[in-house]
Design a protein around this ligand. Sequence first.
Ligand SMILES: C[S@@+](CC[C@H](N)C(=O)[O-])C[C@H]1O[C@@H](n2cnc3c(N)ncnc32)[C@H](O)[C@@H]1O
Ligand code: SF4
Ligand code: SF4
Length: 375
Amino acid sequence: MKPHITVVIKPTLFCNTDCKHCYHIPEERKDLRIDLSKIEKIMKMASEEYQTAWFIWHGGEPMTLPMSFYKDVIALEEKCFGKDSFRYGNTINTNGTLLNKRFMAYCREKKINIGISYEGPYNNVLRECDVEKTLNTLSAKDNKYAVSATISKDTASKQKEIYEFFRDKATSVSLSPVIPAGCGRCYVPDNDEFIKGSIEAFDSWLKDKTVRVPLMPFYLYIMNYLGEPVPSDCAHTSCLTKWICMYPDGSLYPCAKACPKEFCMGNIDSISSIADAFQSDGFRNILLGSVKRREKCASCDIFKFCNGGCSVDACYERGLEENGGDSCRAYKEIFAHVVSEIQFILDNKPDMDEYNAFVKEAIVNKLVNPKTVSQ
Ligand SMILES: C[S@@+](CC[C@H](N)C(=O)[O-])C[C@H]1O[C@@H](n2cnc3c(N)ncnc32)[C@H](O)[C@@H]1O
Ligand code: SF4
Ligand code: SF4
């Protein structure tokens, strides 16, 4: 058995809102719902081929399906993996507008993680929905979720403010830029402004002694640099063959982001194992192109941390086989800044009380147990 797979399921591409930047264009966001038989098939295959599987419910807006759908899904997982098994888990990625106490209580009971796409004080820049009102109706007990903030041309310089908004709510937040796919093309941030804004947010977090949450993806950059055995952020791991995404019609893709059709790995109805999907022409197309790009990355000083970046981002920037696009330059500059701060601490051993608890713990562990010195 292979160790682990992340299975992204888009149970519908339909959405109850119309974000300006969405990589799924309005014509794609149709009300076709996935058949449970397709879900059962991919779950069964995942349970037979992998030791563990993580299911991410994505879309479209996955919460436009009723709670009964998620009850059916959990029943299928229990059937395939065993009840109370530690072999699987779930995250629902939602715009948050349809959450309620009842659903949150169910997620708590079934240990389903909730990720909400939300930009705090700047939510209405890209989104038309008022999620704040919905979130305020949740009780403190149900108020457990992580936030993913998508940074656009209008919020590139507001990242510190967005981070501080969520810090004050003790909510973990991840900052990522709009990519030039689908409707996103007109909302991509200026790369220099994005880099500057990310560094400002990181600096604010780094020395924030009150903070109770990690700031993503920078915390993962630190752990990656320190050589800790944690997964890196998704854009900087070798994700090919470790992720599979199923659309409502059963078509399969290597990534949750809107992928070009030439990367389609077939349909769940016509394969008999997940391994079959990774033998398809679509997978071969993304793999060969990514290998060519990574060959060009071989001389890059930070290749071992970056792994050549995200293939889908590269595709929408300068082409699958080319590095040097916005995401490459942003990673180089932001990672260099993060690393310079961490290396300063390792070299000079300043008073760690000046730093936030996450950095303090990571560095102290490193100094006490310097098993892998990554520099
Ligand atoms: C496509 S949505 C699907 C799940 C759900 N409807 C939601 O909004 O969370 C998943 C995430 O993709 C992000 N996204 C959509 N279009 C994007 C783009 N062009 N560039 C970067 N992120 C994008 C959204 O902001 C959201 O955080
Ligand atoms: S980003 Fe999510 S909430 Fe916004 S339009 Fe796309 S699918 Fe809907
Ligand atoms: S930073 Fe750019 S050049 Fe370096 S490994 Fe990453 S994608 Fe390749």
